[in-house]
Design a protein around this ligand. Structure first.
Ligand SMILES: *Cc1c(COP(=O)(O)O)cnc(C)c1O
Ligand SMILES: [Zn+2]
Length: 415
Protein backbone atom coordinates (compact mmCIF):
# COMPACT_ATOMS: atom_id res chain seq x y z
CA UNK A 1 0.00 0.00 0.00
CA UNK A 2 1.15 3.46 -0.83
CA UNK A 3 2.37 6.24 1.32
CA UNK A 4 2.28 9.83 0.18
CA UNK A 5 5.82 11.19 0.43
CA UNK A 6 5.00 14.85 -0.03
CA UNK A 7 2.51 17.32 -1.42
CA UNK A 8 3.91 19.36 -4.28
CA UNK A 9 2.54 22.70 -5.43
CA UNK A 10 2.48 22.89 -9.24
CA UNK A 11 1.57 26.59 -8.99
CA UNK A 12 4.63 27.84 -7.06
CA UNK A 13 6.89 24.81 -7.36
CA UNK A 14 7.31 24.27 -3.60
CA UNK A 15 7.09 20.85 -1.98
CA UNK A 16 5.50 20.35 1.42
CA UNK A 17 5.54 17.60 4.02
CA UNK A 18 2.25 16.19 5.27
CA UNK A 19 3.07 17.70 8.67
CA UNK A 20 3.07 21.16 7.10
CA UNK A 21 -0.27 20.86 5.34
CA UNK A 22 -2.92 18.37 4.22
CA UNK A 23 -4.85 20.81 2.08
CA UNK A 24 -3.84 24.06 0.34
CA UNK A 25 -0.27 25.24 -0.33
CA UNK A 26 0.84 27.28 2.72
CA UNK A 27 2.99 29.43 0.42
CA UNK A 28 0.58 30.38 -2.36
CA UNK A 29 -2.81 28.84 -1.61
CA UNK A 30 -2.65 26.51 -4.63
CA UNK A 31 -4.22 23.04 -4.80
CA UNK A 32 -1.50 20.47 -4.06
CA UNK A 33 -0.48 17.20 -5.75
CA UNK A 34 0.39 13.97 -3.93
CA UNK A 35 3.84 12.53 -4.64
CA UNK A 36 4.54 8.82 -4.11
CA UNK A 37 7.60 6.60 -4.11
CA UNK A 38 7.46 5.89 -7.84
CA UNK A 39 10.55 3.66 -7.82
CA UNK A 40 8.77 1.39 -5.37
CA UNK A 41 5.50 1.53 -7.32
CA UNK A 42 7.36 0.64 -10.52
CA UNK A 43 8.66 -2.54 -8.89
CA UNK A 44 5.22 -3.53 -7.68
CA UNK A 45 2.95 -2.57 -10.56
CA UNK A 46 3.33 -4.05 -14.02
CA UNK A 47 0.99 -4.91 -16.85
CA UNK A 48 1.38 -8.51 -15.79
CA UNK A 49 0.72 -7.98 -12.07
CA UNK A 50 -2.38 -5.97 -12.92
CA UNK A 51 -3.63 -8.62 -15.34
CA UNK A 52 -3.33 -11.18 -12.54
CA UNK A 53 -5.26 -9.00 -10.06
CA UNK A 54 -8.87 -10.15 -9.71
CA UNK A 55 -9.94 -6.93 -7.92
CA UNK A 56 -12.27 -5.16 -10.34
CA UNK A 57 -12.43 -1.86 -8.44
CA UNK A 58 -10.23 1.22 -8.27
CA UNK A 59 -8.47 -0.32 -5.26
CA UNK A 60 -6.47 -2.45 -7.68
CA UNK A 61 -4.34 0.70 -8.00
CA UNK A 62 -3.87 1.07 -4.22
CA UNK A 63 -0.12 1.24 -4.80
CA UNK A 64 -0.74 4.73 -6.18
CA UNK A 65 -3.46 5.85 -3.78
CA UNK A 66 -3.05 7.84 -0.54
CA UNK A 67 -4.15 5.09 1.81
CA UNK A 68 -2.03 2.78 3.94
CA UNK A 69 -4.41 -0.12 4.58
CA UNK A 70 -7.75 -1.56 3.57
CA UNK A 71 -9.76 -0.72 6.69
CA UNK A 72 -11.41 2.43 5.41
CA UNK A 73 -12.42 1.06 2.04
CA UNK A 74 -16.20 1.23 1.51
CA UNK A 75 -17.80 -2.15 0.85
CA UNK A 76 -19.65 -1.00 -2.27
CA UNK A 77 -17.46 -1.46 -5.38
CA UNK A 78 -16.19 1.76 -6.97
CA UNK A 79 -14.38 2.05 -10.28
CA UNK A 80 -13.84 -0.35 -13.18
CA UNK A 81 -16.82 1.13 -14.98
CA UNK A 82 -17.69 -0.25 -18.43
CA UNK A 83 -15.68 0.90 -21.42
CA UNK A 84 -17.14 0.02 -24.79
CA UNK A 85 -16.86 0.91 -28.43
CA UNK A 86 -19.62 3.07 -29.89
CA UNK A 87 -19.46 1.98 -33.53
CA UNK A 88 -22.70 3.60 -34.59
CA UNK A 89 -21.70 6.98 -33.21
CA UNK A 90 -18.23 6.65 -34.76
CA UNK A 91 -19.76 5.97 -38.20
CA UNK A 92 -22.02 8.99 -37.82
CA UNK A 93 -19.03 11.21 -37.03
CA UNK A 94 -16.83 9.70 -39.72
CA UNK A 95 -14.31 8.45 -37.16
CA UNK A 96 -12.56 5.11 -36.92
CA UNK A 97 -12.82 4.53 -33.19
CA UNK A 98 -14.97 6.07 -30.46
CA UNK A 99 -14.93 4.65 -26.92
CA UNK A 100 -17.34 5.52 -24.13
CA UNK A 101 -16.52 5.07 -20.44
CA UNK A 102 -19.82 5.05 -18.58
CA UNK A 103 -19.38 6.51 -15.10
CA UNK A 104 -23.14 6.80 -14.74
CA UNK A 105 -23.07 3.16 -13.67
CA UNK A 106 -21.17 3.97 -10.50
CA UNK A 107 -22.66 3.57 -6.98
CA UNK A 108 -24.12 7.09 -6.77
CA UNK A 109 -24.29 7.37 -10.58
CA UNK A 110 -21.42 9.78 -11.17
CA UNK A 111 -17.65 10.03 -11.60
CA UNK A 112 -17.44 11.75 -8.17
CA UNK A 113 -17.54 8.33 -6.47
CA UNK A 114 -13.86 7.85 -7.34
CA UNK A 115 -12.92 10.92 -5.31
CA UNK A 116 -15.33 10.28 -2.44
CA UNK A 117 -14.20 6.66 -2.01
CA UNK A 118 -10.57 7.72 -1.66
CA UNK A 119 -11.34 10.72 0.56
CA UNK A 120 -13.53 8.69 2.94
CA UNK A 121 -10.83 6.00 3.26
CA UNK A 122 -8.21 8.68 3.84
CA UNK A 123 -10.33 10.53 6.44
CA UNK A 124 -10.86 7.30 8.39
CA UNK A 125 -7.14 6.56 8.38
CA UNK A 126 -6.49 10.07 9.60
CA UNK A 127 -9.01 9.43 12.39
CA UNK A 128 -11.13 12.33 11.22
CA UNK A 129 -14.45 10.57 10.68
CA UNK A 130 -16.59 13.65 10.12
CA UNK A 131 -16.28 14.50 6.42
CA UNK A 132 -17.86 17.71 5.18
CA UNK A 133 -18.54 19.11 1.74
CA UNK A 134 -20.40 22.04 0.26
CA UNK A 135 -22.09 21.14 -3.01
CA UNK A 136 -25.49 20.96 -4.57
CA UNK A 137 -24.74 18.03 -6.77
CA UNK A 138 -22.81 14.90 -7.47
CA UNK A 139 -19.92 15.43 -5.03
CA UNK A 140 -22.39 15.63 -2.15
CA UNK A 141 -24.47 12.66 -3.33
CA UNK A 142 -21.37 10.56 -3.75
CA UNK A 143 -19.95 11.49 -0.34
CA UNK A 144 -23.30 10.65 1.25
CA UNK A 145 -23.35 7.30 -0.57
CA UNK A 146 -19.79 6.26 0.24
CA UNK A 147 -19.83 7.35 3.87
CA UNK A 148 -22.95 5.24 4.48
CA UNK A 149 -22.18 2.03 6.33
CA UNK A 150 -18.68 3.16 7.32
CA UNK A 151 -17.48 4.89 10.50
CA UNK A 152 -17.49 8.17 8.54
CA UNK A 153 -20.23 10.74 8.96
CA UNK A 154 -21.03 13.00 6.04
CA UNK A 155 -21.99 16.60 6.78
CA UNK A 156 -23.30 18.35 3.71
CA UNK A 157 -23.90 22.04 3.24
CA UNK A 158 -26.39 22.79 0.50
CA UNK A 159 -27.83 26.10 -0.58
CA UNK A 160 -31.56 26.49 -0.18
CA UNK A 161 -31.98 26.25 -3.95
CA UNK A 162 -30.85 22.60 -3.98
CA UNK A 163 -33.19 20.61 -6.24
CA UNK A 164 -35.41 18.04 -4.52
CA UNK A 165 -34.10 14.91 -6.30
CA UNK A 166 -30.53 15.64 -5.21
CA UNK A 167 -31.67 16.38 -1.66
CA UNK A 168 -33.40 12.99 -1.68
CA UNK A 169 -30.18 11.25 -2.71
CA UNK A 170 -28.33 12.93 0.19
CA UNK A 171 -30.93 12.11 2.81
CA UNK A 172 -31.59 8.51 1.82
CA UNK A 173 -27.92 7.64 2.46
CA UNK A 174 -28.17 9.15 5.93
CA UNK A 175 -25.97 12.20 5.45
CA UNK A 176 -26.34 15.14 7.84
CA UNK A 177 -27.73 17.75 5.51
CA UNK A 178 -27.57 21.41 6.47
CA UNK A 179 -29.58 23.70 4.24
CA UNK A 180 -28.05 27.16 4.17
CA UNK A 181 -30.32 30.12 3.57
CA UNK A 182 -27.93 31.59 1.00
CA UNK A 183 -25.97 30.82 -2.16
CA UNK A 184 -23.62 27.94 -2.98
CA UNK A 185 -20.69 30.25 -2.24
CA UNK A 186 -22.13 31.01 1.20
CA UNK A 187 -22.44 27.27 1.82
CA UNK A 188 -18.85 26.74 0.66
CA UNK A 189 -17.50 29.39 3.06
CA UNK A 190 -19.54 28.06 5.97
CA UNK A 191 -18.26 24.54 5.30
CA UNK A 192 -14.69 25.83 5.40
CA UNK A 193 -15.24 27.68 8.69
CA UNK A 194 -16.99 24.67 10.22
CA UNK A 195 -14.09 22.38 9.27
CA UNK A 196 -11.65 24.82 10.91
CA UNK A 197 -13.68 25.12 14.11
CA UNK A 198 -14.52 21.43 14.59
CA UNK A 199 -11.57 19.75 12.88
CA UNK A 200 -13.85 18.12 10.33
CA UNK A 201 -12.29 16.72 7.20
CA UNK A 202 -13.11 18.84 4.15
CA UNK A 203 -13.75 17.00 0.87
CA UNK A 204 -14.40 20.17 -1.14
CA UNK A 205 -13.02 20.24 -4.70
CA UNK A 206 -9.92 22.32 -5.26
CA UNK A 207 -9.23 22.29 -1.51
CA UNK A 208 -8.64 18.61 -0.71
CA UNK A 209 -5.62 17.31 -2.66
CA UNK A 210 -6.85 13.70 -2.58
CA UNK A 211 -9.97 14.06 -4.72
CA UNK A 212 -7.61 14.18 -7.71
CA UNK A 213 -6.04 10.90 -6.55
CA UNK A 214 -9.36 9.12 -6.83
CA UNK A 215 -10.16 10.74 -10.15
CA UNK A 216 -6.88 9.73 -11.78
CA UNK A 217 -7.92 6.06 -11.52
CA UNK A 218 -10.23 6.57 -14.51
CA UNK A 219 -7.09 7.17 -16.62
CA UNK A 220 -5.51 3.98 -15.25
CA UNK A 221 -8.64 2.01 -16.12
CA UNK A 222 -9.03 3.55 -19.54
CA UNK A 223 -5.51 2.50 -20.56
CA UNK A 224 -5.72 -0.91 -18.94
CA UNK A 225 -9.15 -1.71 -20.40
CA UNK A 226 -7.81 -0.79 -23.84
CA UNK A 227 -5.01 -3.34 -23.40
CA UNK A 228 -2.58 -0.41 -22.89
CA UNK A 229 -3.33 0.88 -26.38
CA UNK A 230 -3.62 4.56 -25.54
CA UNK A 231 -6.32 6.49 -27.44
CA UNK A 232 -5.26 9.58 -29.38
CA UNK A 233 -7.71 11.89 -27.63
CA UNK A 234 -9.71 11.82 -24.40
CA UNK A 235 -12.77 14.08 -24.09
CA UNK A 236 -13.49 15.23 -20.54
CA UNK A 237 -16.35 17.49 -19.36
CA UNK A 238 -14.85 20.33 -17.32
CA UNK A 239 -16.26 22.58 -14.60
CA UNK A 240 -13.80 23.10 -11.72
CA UNK A 241 -11.03 21.30 -13.64
CA UNK A 242 -10.40 18.61 -11.03
CA UNK A 243 -11.39 15.60 -13.17
CA UNK A 244 -9.27 16.59 -16.17
CA UNK A 245 -6.27 17.39 -13.97
CA UNK A 246 -6.74 14.01 -12.29
CA UNK A 247 -6.83 12.25 -15.66
CA UNK A 248 -3.64 14.07 -16.65
CA UNK A 249 -1.88 13.11 -13.40
CA UNK A 250 -2.92 9.49 -13.89
CA UNK A 251 -1.54 9.46 -17.42
CA UNK A 252 1.76 11.03 -16.34
CA UNK A 253 2.11 8.42 -13.59
CA UNK A 254 1.45 5.55 -16.01
CA UNK A 255 4.12 6.93 -18.31
CA UNK A 256 6.59 7.38 -15.42
CA UNK A 257 5.99 3.74 -14.45
CA UNK A 258 6.57 2.58 -18.02
CA UNK A 259 3.03 1.20 -18.33
CA UNK A 260 2.28 3.37 -21.37
CA UNK A 261 4.66 4.84 -23.95
CA UNK A 262 2.80 8.00 -24.85
CA UNK A 263 0.00 10.10 -23.42
CA UNK A 264 -3.21 11.09 -25.22
CA UNK A 265 -4.23 14.68 -25.88
CA UNK A 266 -6.86 15.87 -23.43
CA UNK A 267 -9.84 17.84 -24.67
CA UNK A 268 -11.74 20.01 -22.18
CA UNK A 269 -15.46 20.08 -22.98
CA UNK A 270 -17.10 23.14 -21.46
CA UNK A 271 -20.52 24.72 -21.72
CA UNK A 272 -20.49 28.06 -23.57
CA UNK A 273 -22.07 29.66 -20.48
CA UNK A 274 -19.36 28.28 -18.16
CA UNK A 275 -16.18 28.49 -20.20
CA UNK A 276 -13.46 30.00 -17.96
CA UNK A 277 -10.97 27.22 -18.65
CA UNK A 278 -11.66 27.19 -22.41
CA UNK A 279 -11.08 30.95 -22.56
CA UNK A 280 -7.87 30.75 -20.51
CA UNK A 281 -6.58 27.99 -22.81
CA UNK A 282 -7.41 30.04 -25.92
CA UNK A 283 -5.92 33.30 -24.63
CA UNK A 284 -3.01 31.82 -22.72
CA UNK A 285 -3.98 34.28 -20.02
CA UNK A 286 -5.54 34.28 -16.57
CA UNK A 287 -8.76 32.56 -15.57
CA UNK A 288 -11.71 34.92 -15.51
CA UNK A 289 -15.16 34.21 -14.05
CA UNK A 290 -17.91 33.03 -16.39
CA UNK A 291 -21.66 33.67 -16.12
CA UNK A 292 -22.11 30.06 -14.96
CA UNK A 293 -25.30 29.73 -16.94
CA UNK A 294 -25.92 26.39 -18.61
CA UNK A 295 -28.31 23.43 -18.59
CA UNK A 296 -25.31 21.30 -17.53
CA UNK A 297 -25.44 22.06 -13.79
CA UNK A 298 -22.50 19.80 -12.87
CA UNK A 299 -20.10 21.90 -14.95
CA UNK A 300 -21.68 25.26 -14.13
CA UNK A 301 -18.97 27.17 -12.29
CA UNK A 302 -18.24 30.89 -11.98
CA UNK A 303 -14.54 30.59 -11.18
CA UNK A 304 -13.10 27.06 -11.46
CA UNK A 305 -11.77 25.86 -8.09
CA UNK A 306 -9.01 23.82 -9.69
CA UNK A 307 -8.70 26.03 -12.76
CA UNK A 308 -4.91 26.39 -13.15
CA UNK A 309 -4.48 22.59 -12.96
CA UNK A 310 -7.27 22.17 -15.51
CA UNK A 311 -5.59 24.56 -17.94
CA UNK A 312 -2.24 22.81 -17.47
CA UNK A 313 -3.81 19.41 -18.21
CA UNK A 314 -5.01 20.68 -21.58
CA UNK A 315 -1.87 22.56 -22.62
CA UNK A 316 0.74 20.08 -21.33
CA UNK A 317 -1.04 17.18 -23.04
CA UNK A 318 -1.16 19.08 -26.34
CA UNK A 319 -4.94 19.12 -26.29
CA UNK A 320 -7.54 21.82 -26.75
CA UNK A 321 -10.82 23.07 -25.29
CA UNK A 322 -14.26 23.05 -26.94
CA UNK A 323 -17.11 25.22 -25.65
CA UNK A 324 -20.50 23.76 -26.62
CA UNK A 325 -23.95 25.32 -26.59
CA UNK A 326 -26.83 24.07 -24.45
CA UNK A 327 -28.63 23.06 -27.65
CA UNK A 328 -25.63 20.92 -28.65
CA UNK A 329 -25.60 19.36 -25.17
CA UNK A 330 -29.29 18.40 -25.35
CA UNK A 331 -28.76 17.00 -28.83
CA UNK A 332 -25.76 14.99 -27.59
CA UNK A 333 -28.00 13.49 -24.87
CA UNK A 334 -30.33 12.18 -27.57
CA UNK A 335 -27.45 10.88 -29.70
CA UNK A 336 -25.78 9.03 -26.81
CA UNK A 337 -29.10 7.46 -25.82
CA UNK A 338 -30.22 6.50 -29.31
CA UNK A 339 -26.85 5.68 -30.83
CA UNK A 340 -25.06 4.07 -27.89
CA UNK A 341 -27.73 3.12 -25.32
CA UNK A 342 -26.34 5.52 -22.69
CA UNK A 343 -28.52 7.91 -20.67
CA UNK A 344 -26.15 10.76 -19.75
CA UNK A 345 -26.74 13.85 -17.66
CA UNK A 346 -26.12 17.13 -19.50
CA UNK A 347 -22.57 17.65 -18.16
CA UNK A 348 -21.62 14.15 -19.28
CA UNK A 349 -23.20 14.63 -22.70
CA UNK A 350 -21.16 17.83 -23.12
CA UNK A 351 -18.07 15.66 -23.63
CA UNK A 352 -19.74 13.88 -26.55
CA UNK A 353 -21.05 17.19 -27.91
CA UNK A 354 -17.43 18.42 -27.91
CA UNK A 355 -16.28 15.33 -29.80
CA UNK A 356 -19.00 15.80 -32.42
CA UNK A 357 -18.06 19.47 -32.84
CA UNK A 358 -14.33 18.71 -33.00
CA UNK A 359 -14.92 15.99 -35.60
CA UNK A 360 -16.99 18.37 -37.77
CA UNK A 361 -14.24 21.00 -37.60
CA UNK A 362 -11.54 18.49 -38.50
CA UNK A 363 -9.87 18.80 -35.08
CA UNK A 364 -10.07 15.01 -34.86
CA UNK A 365 -8.73 13.14 -37.87
CA UNK A 366 -10.78 10.16 -39.14
CA UNK A 367 -8.13 7.57 -38.26
CA UNK A 368 -7.62 8.86 -34.75
CA UNK A 369 -9.21 7.10 -31.78
CA UNK A 370 -11.20 9.08 -29.23
CA UNK A 371 -12.41 8.16 -25.75
CA UNK A 372 -15.25 10.04 -24.09
CA UNK A 373 -15.79 10.15 -20.31
CA UNK A 374 -19.53 9.96 -19.73
CA UNK A 375 -19.36 11.28 -16.18
CA UNK A 376 -22.91 10.98 -14.83
CA UNK A 377 -26.32 9.40 -15.32
CA UNK A 378 -29.25 11.16 -16.94
CA UNK A 379 -31.52 10.01 -14.13
CA UNK A 380 -29.87 12.67 -11.95
CA UNK A 381 -31.57 15.47 -13.82
CA UNK A 382 -34.87 14.34 -15.26
CA UNK A 383 -35.97 17.92 -15.97
CA UNK A 384 -33.07 18.43 -18.39
CA UNK A 385 -33.66 15.00 -19.90
CA UNK A 386 -37.29 15.87 -20.63
CA UNK A 387 -36.09 19.04 -22.36
CA UNK A 388 -33.89 16.91 -24.60
CA UNK A 389 -36.32 14.06 -25.10
CA UNK A 390 -39.54 15.59 -26.39
CA UNK A 391 -43.12 14.80 -25.38
CA UNK A 392 -45.24 11.62 -25.40
CA UNK A 393 -48.52 11.35 -27.34
CA UNK A 394 -51.61 11.74 -25.14
CA UNK A 395 -54.72 9.88 -26.37
CA UNK A 396 -57.96 8.44 -25.06
CA UNK A 397 -57.67 4.74 -24.12
CA UNK A 398 -59.27 3.48 -27.37
CA UNK A 399 -58.18 1.78 -30.57
CA UNK A 400 -59.75 4.48 -32.81
CA UNK A 401 -57.62 7.08 -31.06
CA UNK A 402 -54.50 4.92 -31.47
CA UNK A 403 -55.34 4.23 -35.14
CA UNK A 404 -55.67 7.95 -35.79
CA UNK A 405 -52.26 8.48 -34.25
CA UNK A 406 -50.66 5.72 -36.35
CA UNK A 407 -52.41 6.93 -39.54
CA UNK A 408 -50.99 10.42 -39.01
CA UNK A 409 -47.52 8.88 -38.87
CA UNK A 410 -47.06 10.32 -35.41
CA UNK A 411 -45.18 7.23 -34.20
CA UNK A 412 -42.66 7.61 -37.04
CA UNK A 413 -42.46 3.83 -37.46
CA UNK A 414 -41.15 4.16 -41.01
CA UNK A 415 -38.33 6.48 -39.99
C1 LIG B 1 -18.18 17.32 -11.31
C2 LIG B 1 -18.60 16.85 -12.65
C3 LIG B 1 -17.92 17.21 -13.83
C4 LIG B 1 -16.79 18.19 -13.86
O1 LIG B 1 -15.68 17.91 -13.01
P1 LIG B 1 -14.74 19.13 -12.57
O2 LIG B 1 -13.71 18.50 -11.70
O3 LIG B 1 -15.62 20.09 -11.83
O4 LIG B 1 -14.18 19.75 -13.80
C5 LIG B 1 -18.36 16.68 -15.02
N1 LIG B 1 -19.42 15.87 -15.09
C6 LIG B 1 -20.10 15.48 -13.98
C7 LIG B 1 -21.27 14.59 -14.13
C8 LIG B 1 -19.71 15.97 -12.73
O5 LIG B 1 -20.42 15.61 -11.65
ZN1 LIG C 1 2.22 26.99 -3.85
Amino acid sequence: MARVLALDCPACGRGHSLKETQDLCPSCGGNLEAVYDYARAKKRLSRRSLAADADRTLWRYAELLPIAGRSGIPSVPVGWTPLFRAERLARGLGLREVWLKDEGRSASASFKDRASAVVVARALEEKRPVVAVASTGNAAASLACLAAGTAAKAVIFVPRSAPAPKLAQLLIFGARVVTVDGSYDDAFDLCLQACREYGWYNRSTGFNPFTREGKKTAAFELCEQLGWQVPDLVFVPVGDGNIISGIWKGLRELKALGLIERTPRLVAAQAEGSDSIARAVASGGALRPSRARTVADSISVRLPKDGPAGVRAVTESGGFAVPVSDAAILSAMRELARGANVFAEPAAAAAYAALAQAARKGLVRPRESAAVLVTGSGLKDSAAALKAAGKPHLIEPSMPALRALVRRGALALDA
